[in-house]
Ligand binder design. Structure first.
Ligand code: 5GP
Ligand code: ZN
Length: 135
């Protein structure tokens, strides 16, 4: 199946564009969590965060800052969530790396992910060490 976001980059599917340069495109999500919800994508196809090359990183950060502030100005939002889903188990539906910029307003009640706790401090430190060993 052809990638929907690659089709949007090539102009084969229309989008409500908010920013474009040589390597990055940003456009409104068709099913917004809040109005102004924007997707920022590299124009080159990468499946997710883990197959993106280093050189995309710096520029992408700058674009997210620029587009994020513009969204806040245009919508009157007082906060913004930056979310990236990687792999289907984390909710990634479109396998073309993308960041969600979701404008928020105090008390909008949209989402706050439920947090849990470790059974013990020992469990927490053991897991931290296991991750450290895998870095
Ligand atoms: P994911 O769940 O993969 O992180 O997010 C994919 C996002 O792409 C969803 O929020 C969905 O609403 C959005 N989306 C899917 N198809 C299209 C489309 O054709 N155009 C636009 N603008 N957004 C889309
Ligand atoms: Zn793609």
């Amino acid at each position: 199946m052809e990638c929907i976001f690659c089709k949007i980059v090539r102009g084969e599917i229309p989008c409500a564009e908010v920013y474009s340069d040589d390597s990055i495109l940003a456009f409104l999500d068709i099913a917004p969590i809040s109005k102004g919800h924007t997707l920022v994508i590299p124009k080159e196809h990468y499946d997710n965060l883990f197959d993106m090359p280093d050189e995309v990183g710096n520029h992408l950060l700058k674009v997210m800052q620029k587009v994020g502030s513009a969204i806040m100005k245009a919508t009157g939002a007082t906060g913004i969530n930056v979310v990236m889903n990687n792999y289907p188990s984390a909710g990634q539906v479109i396998p073309h790396a993308h960041w969600h910029l979701i404008p928020r307003i105090e008390g909008d009640g949209l989402f706050r992910v439920k947090q849990g706790k470790y059974d013990s401090n020992d469990e927490m430190l053991t897991l931290a060490n296991k991750i450290k060993e895998n870095v």
